[in-house]
Design a protein around this ligand. Sequence first.
Ligand SMILES: O=C(Oc1cc(O)cc(O)c1C(=O)O)c1ccc(O)c(O)c1
Length: 177
Amino acid sequence: MQRKNFLRTSLAVGITAIFGSPAASHPGSARLSTLPRIVRSDEGRPVTVLGDRMRIKLTAEDTNGLFTLIEEDNAAGVQIPPHIHEHEDEVFYVLAGELELTVGDQTTVLQAGDLAFGPRGVPHSWRTIGSSTTRVLLSVFPAGLEAMFAELGELPPGPPDMATVTEVCGRYGIRFV
Ligand SMILES: O=C(Oc1cc(O)cc(O)c1C(=O)O)c1ccc(O)c(O)c1
């Protein structure tokens, strides 16, 4: 090996030994403790949040904190009022039925196969419409909001006490607008 190549190789080996390889430190490689998971259609923790029927399919624990995956399955008439997430970006992917969604200044009807991206800090709201069940796959980046949904799901049935809802949501960086 030529002296220049020897020095370059030695330096690369030393840096990798001290800091790890660049690929290993990339967030996408998230190899720390994530294990493969199979989640069947009827699996996941069921939670009802303000009339919204959810199944929490993947949590922070499953994804090493990268994202949460939730399926929402509702008849027409369920609605979530305008709010902002301080910490999360969200993707709403419609699997079946119809969802009227507003994100920022755009209001649209999403049908099976359509999706919307709601970045953090941008107000959004939605309601289920149409004559059949609306099924939405909600992906939340990063993970963690499942803890808030679980708390809200513990509230007594019936009309929600908005002071409590606002307090719980506020702790997770959700603001109503
Ligand atoms: O965090 C809130 O948003 C949501 C609540 C849901 O039940 C389903 C969702 O898809 C979302 C979302 O982020 O779009 C939330 C919680 C409580 C509340 O009163 C809200 O208006 C929104």
